[in-house]
Design a protein around this ligand. Structure first.
Ligand code: PAN
Ligand code: ZN
Length: 184
């Protein structure tokens, strides 16, 4: 036990976790292969578009410790498919996670082997993602950023290959009704 007590704060003005020590930005070029649209001649400005930002508070990656972060997914879509996170499973498959909606309107896609589930992510709504379920978040409000808080075991690790080997069964597209699912 090397970690001393500390405090973080959800900074709703800056869309970050105050006290975070790890920041990342994911652009379209970093995750293009995860979208359905295929075009090798995409223009550079489009590829540089920021899709989401994460600010994470790091702690020792030991059993018993908890990581926390704030994710901001910007509003937008890539050829109709809403902006989303890459999605992943946890390397330690048994590790669970909780997502708490802070602002905006999103969907959390979850998949365990061939079983697919989704939940709406709204302010105050906490979604429990059990161990073994790959997870991806989609911003389905074309006008506003989506902000959510995550908390999960520090020894979980990230398995991004998991969603390439076993892709989510549904994609989420912009629609006149708001959004629609497309089966792959
Ligand atoms: C979240 C995600 C965060 C970004 O903190 O890591 O929303 O999504 P990707 O990691 O899929 O790019 C989480 O699930 N941590 O375990
Ligand atoms: Zn996770």
């Amino acid at each position: 036990m090397t970690q001393l007590p500390f405090v973080t704060r959800i900074d709703t003005a800056n869309h970050t976790l105050e006290g975070a020590d790890n920041f990342s930005e994911t652009r379209l070029k970093d995750m293009r292969s995860l979208y359905s649209y295929r075009n090798s001649n995409e223009d550079d400005a489009t590829l540089e578009t920021i899709v989401y930002r994460v600010s994470r508070k790091d702690v020792p990656t030991e059993p018993g410790e908890l990581l926390q972060c704030i994710t901001e997914i910007l509003p937008g879509d890539y050829h109709g498919e809403f902006f989303m996170t890459k999605g992943h499973g946890h390397k330690q498959r048994e590790c669970t996670e909780i997502y708490l909606g802070i602002a905006g309107y999103g969907l959390v896609l979850m998949q365990n082997e061939n079983e697919f589930r989704f939940e709406e992510l709204l302010p105050g709504r906490a979604i429990y993602i059990p161990g073994g379920w790959n997870h991806r978040t989609v911003n389905i409000d074309p006008q506003q950023y989506l902000l959510f808080y995550s908390i999960w075991p520090a020894n979980s690790g990230y398995d991004y290959e998991a969603v390439i080997k076993n892709p989510f069964q549904y994609r989420v597209f912009r629609d006149t009704q708001g959004y629609r699912f497309e089966e792959r």
